[in-house]
Design a protein around this ligand. Structure first.
Ligand code: XIL
Length: 391
């Protein structure tokens, strides 16, 4: 464990041990934070300067009591699963609907949580008026650029001062299966690159920085930490953001989504090395959308069909978290949803499920226990270092 975390952990562990013998503790390091269970993911993470998060579905927040309690008790950073995406906030051109996103930001404020803003420049979940206008030629290139500029500026301004990390750009690099990669690894078929050229990526970061100079600005993608086998996507993202930083573009971090599937295996060492390589550029890193899917009997029960898959699921979750714990610049670890009954996985990857930390009945799974243990070990390591080890 790195020194910064050891010091924080030692102080926080001592405080918890001495002052809070009961089952609840204020999140360490933040006297204003509400009381949360001392063995919660967020309380254990706080002892090592690591925020543990979840994507939140507005359809459940505040209306579903057990769901809402898990979000409040277990997590110290939240991401809107859909509510901040362009199609959600501007369904009709020129008229914004911030209601769902504002609900989440207010909830986070009441529960001592930070917010990850997700996402500003992405090819998916764009409003119909925008994609239709571009397709039929009624929105030309110059106007499209102005529309994007206004979108980034208006959204970041709306939440100014309330967002910890913004995913400014999402998924603009090519995968091995994409037909038109550019020489630098960007996806030549990406909606924004195709229409406006790759310079729009750096511009989006500049526009976001102008609107909220204090927010941390992230690039977010999947398979960007070695999961493509060749490490090619990692290398492309790494080299591209090294270049942008050298040019003074305000990029603060790289988010690795962390969508894994047990059928593909997982190289945990490479994952950690890649996160460290981003950090070595002077960037922060975050695991932003972690889930680990496996084949299941059906989408309702989500019982793994293979015992090996069932064991691999918590293992891969744990390896991702430990990589983040071991990279000092990794500031948050977020799961992409609360429980298996409300996950994008069964509807997106046919035949798979069981991807999250809580099961279809909202009971904590082995993956939850694995993360809790990893975080507890991280917190405890510094305590042992303070004279409790063998003489
Ligand atoms: C997904 C949501 O989970 C779904 O509810 C929605 O229908 C589609 O988008 N990468 C991302 C996320 O950056 O925004 C995606 O979220 C999952 C993949």
């Amino acid at each position: 464990m790195k020194l910064r975390r050891q010091i924080a952990a030692a102080a926080a562990t001592a405080a918890v041990l001495m002052l809070v013998p009961s089952a609840v503790a204020a999140a360490a390091g933040d006297p204003k934070a509400p009381a949360v269970p001392s063995d919660s993911l967020r309380a254990l993470g706080a002892q090592q300067n690591l925020r543990v998060g979840t994507a939140v579905d507005d359809a459940h927040l505040n209306t579903d009591q057990p769901y809402t309690a898990i979000v409040a008790d277990q997590f110290s950073v939240v991401t809107a699963e859909n509510a901040m995406k362009w199609e959600s906030v501007e369904p009709t051109r020129g008229s914004y609907d911030w209601a769902a996103a504002d609900r989440l930001v207010a909830f986070a404020g009441q529960h001592g949580q930070e917010v990850r803003g997700h996402t500003l420049l992405w090819h998916n979940q764009l409003p119909g008026w925008l994609t239709t206008g571009v397709a039929d030629g009624t929105i030309g290139k110059a106007e499209l650029r102005e529309i994007l500029h206004k979108h980034v500026t208006d959204e970041v301004t709306h939440f100014r001062g309330k967002i910890w990390q913004w995913d400014v750009a999402n998924e603009v690099f090519a995968n091995s299966w994409d037909a038109n990669p550019l020489p630098n690894g960007l996806n030549g078929d990406d909606f924004w690159i195709k229409n406006l050229g790759e310079g729009v990526i750096a511009d989006a970061f500049r526009w976001a920085h102008q609107a909220d100079p204090k927010a941390l600005l992230f690039y977010n993608d999947y398979n960007a930490a070695g999961q493509d086998g060749s490490n090619a996507k990692f290398q492309a993202v790494h080299d591209y953001f090294a270049k942008l930083r050298a040019q003074g573009v305000p990029v603060d971090g790289i988010g690795e989504q962390g969508h894994l599937d047990t059928q593909y295996g997982f190289d945990a060492q490479r994952f950690q090395n890649d996160l460290q390589s981003y950090a070595d550029l002077g960037l922060k890193v975050a695991v932003t959308e972690a889930d680990v899917r496996t084949f299941v009997n059906n989408a309702t029960e989500q019982v793994p069909t293979s015992q090996l898959g069932e064991f691999a699921q918590p293992y891969e979750f744990s390896e991702m978290l430990k990589a983040c714990q071991l990279v000092t610049q990794c500031i948050s670890f977020t799961a992409w949803g609360v429980y298996d009954g409300d996950s994008w996985i069964p509807g997106t990857f046919a035949g798979t499920g069981y991807g999250l930390l809580y099961d279809v009945n909202m009971k904590p799974k082995p993956a939850y226990v694995a993360l809790q243990q990893d975080l507890a070990i991280g917190a405890d390591a510094a305590h042992r270092g303070k004279g409790h080890g063998p003489k």
